[in-house]
Design a binder for this molecule. Structure first.
Ligand code: DAS
Length: 361
């Protein structure tokens, strides 16, 4: 009697568990995973060192995109991931030609209905610049997420795998749609326009110092608290799809005792635009002002920026921009002002129009 009862209960339990498994399977099958493409460009996230304690003096850009994907098998649970090796470089070597190739590949992929988002693995040194460039030229609302790492893939507690997982998660998330190009490292989400690398070696290096990050990724979920207010992606006037070259724009850095040598040399090299990384609120040292004014008279577009890192450069503040026919770079870093001026020059050389662009993007 007892045996029969026990057998009956066991059968009922088995039946229940079997139905539970079927339901779970059905549910999983019904959740369509997003299609995310990883475009690999190199950097530390693809770097290797001699030992697990090598966190400086390693070789960047050695591990291929498939190996990066295989190192994070958990990604297959949150997205259908594919990978392309676009370049394999340390990002200090990123050039305009790389940006044009990358932007064209991103726009081509995002135009495909079977691509829901893109992750770009990238060196951290110029990651903020590539992110801002793409923020101005990607023509889709779909998520584009840049990710890197501060430790090479061979290091103890390498940060690359978790950063890559988070980037794929964000690129496949509806919450990230329409927010412009995003940067994810160290569980933090930053916007392309205002983020910068703030520490040469620390994991917690990408910050939007005064204006603040956009959100976090915690426990496999993105949490957004703010949005980029400046125009980006589909709302910009810039289109690079038919460009094979970008105008030459350079940056000249100011400091105590600076003279006009660098400016004169950059102008002589054929620069179409020059960003002056001035001291303070974009101040022009007396020895530099004539060189910039002469450059302007030769048709070189001049943007007054600042080396300070935060705050805006006020028009007609430290210099009479109206009289000099200069543009002020708002609160963009000199390296990002270079990017916007470069794209502006693909549209116009009119300083009023360009000034408007610096107050729009
Ligand atoms: N050289 C650095 C770069 O490729 C390494 C890195 O931090 O990614 O940007």
């Amino acid at each position: 009697m007892l045996f029969r009862q026990t057998a009956r209960s066991a059968a009922a339990l088995f039946g229940f568990l079997f139905c539970l498994a079927l339901a779970a399977q059905a549910q999983t099958a019904s959740v369509k995973l997003p299609n995310v493409t990883i475009l690999a460009t190199g950097g530390t996230i693809a770097g290797t060192g001699a030992t697990s304690t090598t966190t400086v003096g390693y070789t960047a850009a050695t591990v291929g995109v498939q190996a990066l994907i295989q190192a994070v098998p958990e990604m297959t649970k949150i997205a259908n991931v594919s990978g392309e090796q676009v370049f394999q470089i340390a990002s200090e070597n990123m050039g305009n030609e790389h940006w044009l190739t990358l932007a064209k590949r991103v726009n081509t992929l995002l135009a495909q209905s079977n691509v829901d988002g893109i992750v770009i693995t990238h060196g951290t040194d110029t990651l903020e610049e590539t992110a801002y460039f793409l923020n101005l030229v990607v023509k889709s609302k779909k998520p584009v997420v840049l990710v890197g790492s501060m430790r090479p893939s061979t290091a103890m507690s390498a940060d690359g795998p978790a950063n890559l997982y988070n980037a794929v998660l964000l690129a496949g998330s509806q919450d990230a749609v329409g927010r412009g190009v995003l940067v994810v490292l160290n569980d933090q989400i930053n916007g392309a326009r205002d983020v910068s690398k703030t520490n040469t070696t620390s994991l917690d290096t990408f910050k939007t110092t005064e204006l603040g990050m956009l959100g976090y990724i915690v426990g496999g979920k993105p949490f957004f608290y703010r949005a980029t207010t400046r125009k980006h992606t589909v709302d910009t006037e810039f289109d690079v799809m038919n460009l094979s070259v970008l105008p030459q724009v350079e940056v000249a850095y100011a400091h105590a005792n600076v003279g006009p040598v660098a400016i004169d040399a950059l102008v002589a090299s054929g620069a179409k635009g020059l960003v002056h990384a001035g001291v303070g609120d974009g101040s022009l040292p007396a020895k530099v002002r004539p060189a910039l004014s002469a450059a302007r008279k030769k048709g070189v577009l001049i943007v007054r920026s600042s080396r300070v890192g935060q705050g805006i450069v006020a028009r007609n503040g430290e210099a009479n921009d109206d009289e000099l026919d200069f543009v002020v770079g708002d609160n963009l870093s000199p390296q990002k002002a270079r990017i916007l001026l470069m794209l502006a020059l693909t549209k116009t050389t009119n300083t009023r129009d360009i000034q408007k662009m610096f107050w729009t993007y």
